[in-house]
Design a protein around this ligand. Structure first.
Ligand code: ASP
Length: 205
């Protein structure tokens, strides 16, 4: 959005565009992901992704999105998130990370939110947009994150997901759904250092 009037460019043309912008094309496969893929491929089983999203249990296997919200002393706010997507997905699948309002959302006047978890479910609800809009109405970040996740679980989805948010006033909070045995945390770094905040039980394993 800094270089063109467009918001999303996808697929092979996005790769070509990135190369024109100076990025180097490189494989994101590592030894661990290659090994896991080879083990899965050797079984010859189709990916779960060919079934509709289950409502009654979360089938999400490996995932690891990292979301970041940066807020400077002048009040400039920026959000971003990585994605490795879901393991064993159907080629061409687009996750929640690049969809504004789904994987991340920020409004300079209000604050920002970032999400991790089952993006195939979460992107149907634009939870980060909802969090920011609830904060705009005065709701604290932790309650706004809880409300956005509750909207999804109220529809019957059993999924794993976490959201962290911060307002332009510096108040921050987070919430998770479906990870009571695994925990969800976020870190806050300010001028005084770095602290890790758990919003659900810490993992026992
Ligand atoms: N949100 C990501 C996706 O569904 C998964 C993750 O949290 O890593 O693409």
């Amino acid at each position: 959005m800094e270089e063109t009037q467009h918001t999303l460019i996808v697929g092979d043309d996005a790769t070509r565009f990135a190369a024109r912008m100076g990025f180097t094309e490189t494989s994101l496969t590592n030894v661990r992901s290659q090994t896991r893929w080879e083990e899965w491929a050797a079984k010859g089983e189709p990916t779960d992704a060919f079934n509709p999203e289950p409502f009654d249990k979360d089938e999400l296997r490996g995932h690891d999105t990292v979301g970041t919200i940066a807020l400077d002393a002048a009040g400039n706010l920026c959000v971003g998130c990585s994605t490795n997507g879901r393991e064993f997905k159907i080629p061409g699948r687009v996750g929640d990370s690049p969809i504004p309002g789904a994987g991340a959302y920020g409004d300079q006047e209000v604050g920002g939110a970032v999400a991790t978890g089952n993006g195939d479910v979460m992107m149907r609800f634009l939870p980060c947009y909802q969090v920011v809009e609830l904060m705009r109405q005065g709701m604290p970040p932790d309650l706004a994150c809880q409300a956005a996740l509750k909207r999804i679980t109220d529809r019957g989805y059993k999924f794993g997901g976490g959201i962290a948010a911060i307002g332009v006033d510096g108040q921050h909070g987070g919430a998770q759904a479906g990870w009571d045995d695994g925990g969800f945390s976020y870190s806050v770094r300010d001028a005084s250092g770095n602290s890790k905040i758990w919003v659900s039980p810490q993992p026992t394993r």
